[in-house]
Design a protein around this ligand. Structure first.
Ligand SMILES: [Ca+2]
Length: 413
């Protein structure tokens, strides 16, 4: 069933945003778009500041024919909808993944936590409902829109905060497993591909590793061709020669970004996916890291790593290295993705380079570089490497290691 994003805005009245009085908000339905039968719809969106508090209750009706659960995303604007610039991190109720359709849905925004001591007469709320029904098997839809990339928590300087606009895309729920890798590798080898390394894994349901960045992009093309999809990577800027062999330093112009085939995520896509709809948090699930949440090497000395177990994850310190874990051994983030922190690092498309400092679209990285960005930490690295904004590329794309794997994405139509 096709998926279309439905957006509904509700306006705030012309009065200061936060007082402790109950505000008689207009809650007017300003507009809705894309009303098509069988698509998820939101109606009767009404925001209300709860009397005597800094909590905002947002009620709405949700219909989603054919879907048992819907991804609900809230965006907040302080400037009449010009940009959705207020990050709603403190949300509860019917928001995020897994919201069941029905009337009288209720989510609560703790504005006192996210936006204390501020007010605007131009506040707008936007809800987006997505039933995700067109996501390919093993993938989930990551909604398009602005998100806050990077952070400066703990004096982090490598990832300046920037609002980045990313179009909707499908993200692979898990790291690519050896079970997923093998049949595509075999098909490619029999169909003109030279993927230099066969890959290793501790078991079929563990992430594949010990492959180069070059192997990964050729594997993506092989999977696309194997499934009758349009490959993304070409060895020429005319995009006529499908990349099947060699180690090519592909450029943005050699990529069919609108193709429906498999590709590596851009660095911005990866971070948006990792954050799971949260804003300003260190990890895909929130502020702190423990072995309850991820497979990484926990050490004393990081205030955000209070894990009661230290060192390698005790559940996966078995046999010899590597101490990877079966994919999905830990809870998913708000988008339903697993192992965005830990297990194996994940190689992204972009060359590592300085970020732009102004808001804007995904740049897909600099034109050249020496290392492609690695993200998300791994089983033998500390929690700092697993933070959503942490950037790493200590080795070049021709390298391979048992700490590095990948997950793929597909451009959403
Ligand atoms: Ca990972």
């Amino acid at each position: 069933m096709p998926t279309i994003h439905f957006q509904t805005d509700a306006a705030m009245p012309q009065r200061p945003f936060f007082s402790h009085r109950l505000l008689a908000w207009a809650g007017a339905l300003l507009w809705s778009i894309g009303t098509v039968s069988a698509e998820p719809t939101i109606a009767n969106l009404v925001p209300t500041q709860r009397a005597g508090t800094k909590l905002v209750d947002v009620t709405y009706d949700l219909a989603a024919p054919g879907a048992s659960a819907v991804l609900i995303t809230l965006q907040i604007s302080s400037n009449g909808g010009a940009t959705f610039d207020v990050p709603p991190a403190s949300l509860s109720g019917h928001v995020g993944a897994g919201v069941p359709p029905g009337p009288g849905r209720l989510l609560t925004w703790n504005a006192g936590a996210d936006w204390n001591q501020q007010f605007s007469t131009q506040v707008r709320f936007r809800l987006t409902a997505d039933d995700g029904l067109t996501a390919p098997p093993g993938f989930v839809l990551i909604p398009g829109g602005d998100f806050q990339m990077g952070d400066a928590l703990d004096s982090l300087t490598i990832a300046p905060v920037r609002m980045v606009n990313v179009a909707a895309f499908y993200a692979q729920v898990t790291e690519t497993t050896k079970a997923q890798w093998d049949p595509v590798y075999a098909w490619g080898t029999g169909n003109g591909y030279v993927i230099d390394n066969p890959g290793n894994a501790k078991a079929a349901n563990h992430p594949v590793q010990n492959i180069t960045w070059y192997d990964m992009v050729k594997w993506c093309n092989a999977r696309s061709e194997m499934e009758g999809l349009v490959p993304c990577y070409y060895t020429d800027t005319a995009q006529t020669q499908i990349h099947r062999t060699g180690q090519v330093n592909l450029t943005n112009a050699m990529v069919k970004w609108a193709a429906n085939g498999y590709r590596l995520p851009t660095e911005a896509e990866w971070e948006k996916a990792a954050r799971g709809g949260l804003t300003g948090q260190r990890f895909p699930w929130g502020e702190f890291s423990t072995h309850t949440w991820a497979n990484y090497y926990s050490v004393v000395g990081y205030p955000y790593d209070p894990s009661p177990t230290r060192g390698f994850h005790p559940n996966f310190q078995t046999g010899g290295f590597p101490y990877t874990s079966p994919v999905g051994s830990f809870p998913p983030n708000g988008y339903g993705l697993v192992d965005m922190c830990g297990n194996v690092f994940e190689w992204c498309w972009d060359w590592l380079g300085a970020y732009p400092t102004t808001p804007g679209p995904d740049t897909r990285g600099p034109a050249t570089g020496t290392g492609r960005v690695l993200r998300g930490g791994g089983w033998d690295h500390g929690s700092s490497f697993g933070r959503c904004p942490f950037r790493n590329n200590q080795i070049g794309p021709e390298s391979r290691d048992w700490i590095i794997g990948f997950r793929t994405v597909r451009t959403a139509p």
